[in-house]
Design a binder for this molecule. Structure first.
Ligand code: ATR
Length: 279
């Protein structure tokens, strides 16, 4: 039997997901396919009807359908419900269940190369308060950390995060100015906005003048692979974590939901980097 997987979104022709999931299928020694199911908004219901007809085993959902898809599925994981977004659908005996693997995928992507980083003494600063930041914040709240603060241009938007607090971690909301001044307090700084993405590669959300030497600076932007923020982090003696690692691990978690297999993906981070460079 061939495992049928795929991706819906618009546009998706440059997606790296087929490459990633084909690597996973090879590693897991599973016969399967991961296809792109393009569809403009007016074509979405037909695309989904087709996926029901072929009894697809699972699929990913990307922009602009992460919210819209919720009207078409049978069941919603509570975490995806709280986030208001679905990026992975699993066909469970004919019922489509929606999950969000972005936040937990991010946490895995940081834990594999930095296994000691997330603990009760860890203070984290999130830069940005959009959809990506929400997923990451929600997943970090499960890790019992000391502090997870949010800095954003719109303070009101960042304050909404405080309603998602679970567990014992404390959280405060800061302006970017305040964040820059207090940067030495953080062990991990996570940049979640699109600032610094190609073609505006010189843009940087904050200055890292006050970063701690052994801190980790993580940027979810993966084009370019090494952003201006990463470069400044390196020049100040901090460590870096790349955006394509998150891309890989949100896929790794989706694959686990479809197959039950927890793929050892760390060696694929570098292979994916080469893929991004077009090698
Ligand atoms: P996503 O779902 O990809 O996270 P989003 O929900 O549109 O995208 O969120 C975008 C984030 O990037 C927000 O934190 C936004 O800041 P505001 O909430 O203040 O708008 C941030 N952002 C985008 N462009 C920015 C810019 N030029 N300067 C500062 N922040 C920016």
């Amino acid at each position: 039997m061939v495992l049928r997987l795929g991706l819906i979104g618009h546009p998706i022709s440059h997606s790296l997901s087929p490459w990633i999931h084909n690597e996973f299928l090879k590693i897991a020694n599973i016969q399967g396919e991961y296809k792109l199911y393009h569809g403009k908004p007016e074509e979405l219901s037909d695309v989904l009807k087709h996926l029901r007809e072929i009894e697809i085993d699972g699929f990913n959902v990307t922009v602009p359908y992460k919210q819209t898809i919720m009207d078409y599925i049978d069941e919603l994981d509570p975490e995806a419900e709280q986030l208001g977004a679905v990026n992975t659908v699993v066909n469970e005996n004919g019922k489509w269940k929606g999950y969000s693997t972005d936040g937990e995928g991010y946490v895995r992507s940081i834990q594999r190369p930095f296994p000691q980083l997330l603990n009760r003494d860890t203070s984290i600063l999130l830069l940005g308060a959009g959809g990506a930041a929400r997923g990451i914040y929600r997943a970090l709240m499960k890790e019992q950390l000391k502090q997870v603060d949010i800095a954003n241009r719109s303070i009101e938007k960042a304050k909404l995060f405080l309603n998602m607090q679970l567990g014992n971690s404390k959280s405060a909301v800061l302006s970017y100015n305040e964040a820059e001044k207090q940067l030495m307090n953080y062990d991990l700084i996570i940049q979640t906005t699109s600032v610094g993405m190609k073609p505006a590669v010189d843009e940087q959300i904050i200055s890292l003048e006050n970063v701690k030497k052994d801190a980790v600076v993580s940027d979810i932007v993966y084009q370019p692979i090494t952003t201006a923020l990463h470069q400044e982090a390196l020049s100040r003696g901090a460590k870096i974590h790349h955006g394509h690692a998150m891309l890989l691990y949100q896929a790794q978690l989706a694959f686990e939901k479809w197959t039950g297999i927890d793929i050892d993906a760390e060696h694929l981070v570098e292979k994916l980097e080469n893929q991004l460079r077009g090698e």
